[in-house]
Ligand binder design. Sequence first.
Ligand code: F6R
Length: 603
Amino acid sequence: MCGIVGVLGNHEVAPLLVEALKRLEYRGYDSAGIATVNAGKLDRRRAVGKLVNLSDLLVHDPLPGKTGIGHTRWATHGAATVTNAHPHQAGPVAVVHNGIIENFRELRAELTAAGFTPGTQTDTETVALLTQMHMAGGLSPREAAARTLSRLHGAFALCFLFEGEDDLLIAARKGSPLAIGHGDGEMFVGSDAIALAPMTDAITYLEEGDWAVVTRAGAEIFDPAGRRVNRAMTRIQIDATRIEKAGYKHFMAKEIAEQPVVLADALRHYIQNGRINLPGVDFAAVDRVTLVACGTASYACHVAKYWFEQIAGLPADIDIASEFRYREPVLSPASWAIFVSQSGETADTLAALRHVGDKVARTLAVVNVPTSSIAREANLALPILAGVEVGVASTKAFTCQLTVLLLLALKAAQDRGRLGAEDLSRRLDALASLPGLMNHALGLAAAIRAMAGELAEAQDILFLGRGPMYPLALEGALKLKEISYIHAEGYASGELKHGPIALIDNRVPVIVMAPRDGLFDKTVSNMQEVMARHGKVLLISDLSGIDEAGAGCWETLAMPEVPDFLAPILYAVPAQLLAYHTAIAKGTDVDQPRNLAKSVTVE
Ligand code: F6R
């Protein structure tokens, strides 16, 4: 995680660096800092906590210069203190870093022995110290940086700035993404194109192992063997208005509310003339699918397992990406592996994709950021078209991921002869009604707000679901705990009696997600077991479900009627609203909850 930026500008860079960091704050907000070279002199400002603290500091203690680097931190090594904040400076060099230098202990020992003593607890400082040591030995900044890079193990995106050099940045990428931006007599470096969007739309992505010497005249790019290479420049379209709150109090609220619109966009893209539009996707010869992701995206995969197996009769495995490689999965050469990621940069998911390589017939990426590493490295990338998601808690990306995965499952069913034309067309029509149903579900906000005060008092909250609603229970619990800090767990409702029921008493709210489907009666029986032990049940169902089973519940929420196979997409909405309003009632930082970051680029 962490966001990095570098600017070789024609004007004062501090405001540009801060603006770019604002766009990167989703990557971490433990501290922020910038460094500039002004009249040859290297200087820096750093502040703990959110970027606003750095902005305040710069008001009282400005940092002049037209050349600079900046950083927003998600702490890996060392607490969130000013000393550990980036940029890290060692003599004539300052460095910003995203990633982890795995051999930093060994390097620290070597540096200490050579008289270059670390003063922080970070891995990054060793990069600055190594470069300083090489420069002290007579190497130029460029030679020193190259020598340093050859010593580093692990994952990194780095940007170096040097005293006395106001027309030089050195950028390097291994494992973590890095973009170079081209301006008019100006050049930029950033963790992603979004950070550079106000300054340029002309972007060159560094490839794995590349490093670049950047001056105002352009960028010379080298591969790990030091050979000069050409990397294409692309024009990026980023709609700045989609990165604003547009009158909402929080990005999360805006992104929840946007779901009917972005879902409709995705449906328009993937369903054309009454047919599924997935060119080049044919499941006829595929013998199984493996779905891999982290967090919320992994719960989307979990739902998709039910769809692939129930609708298409295609065996589906699911893995959380951080475990996938280590369980040494046995992959069929006729299978497809599907990697799901909002950011497309999640290190564990990317590592899983690389691990699969060509062991399967095809790798697919279901991603929100089409220029991301996962999108670029998979055989086929399917965009979810959710638009920029800024809130750390994933909302609209989840429902768009589900929609694309459902369309893949329907296509698999069609290709495998499991779904006749009429049945398929009926399901596609039902899908087309989903944005309208979502609007209706969003109307539950007032009722949810009214119960949030009481939920906010709870120490523990359980979510229950059965079948495809089980992953929704997991997602509801994740969403709630990550932004309200209330301990929450999701369980398959039938599993409760095998242990977790011991937690139930009249202080534990239990949220039961139970559309009136074929599993409803069984879920209701489990709900009764909770009520018999004085559990405080909130039943989320449709009107008929509530009529039938709502008596004796603490609260009920009436959802619109929806075909069973679409319920997991629709029921995401009350789960998101419950988390949002409970967090508001608790007064937590909804868009930037503690300890988290939006893009998790470390393993
Ligand atoms: C939770 C959340 C995370 C992400 C996870 C994967 O609200 O957002 O659990 O889903 O970190 O991130 P991506 O989808 O970017 O790979």
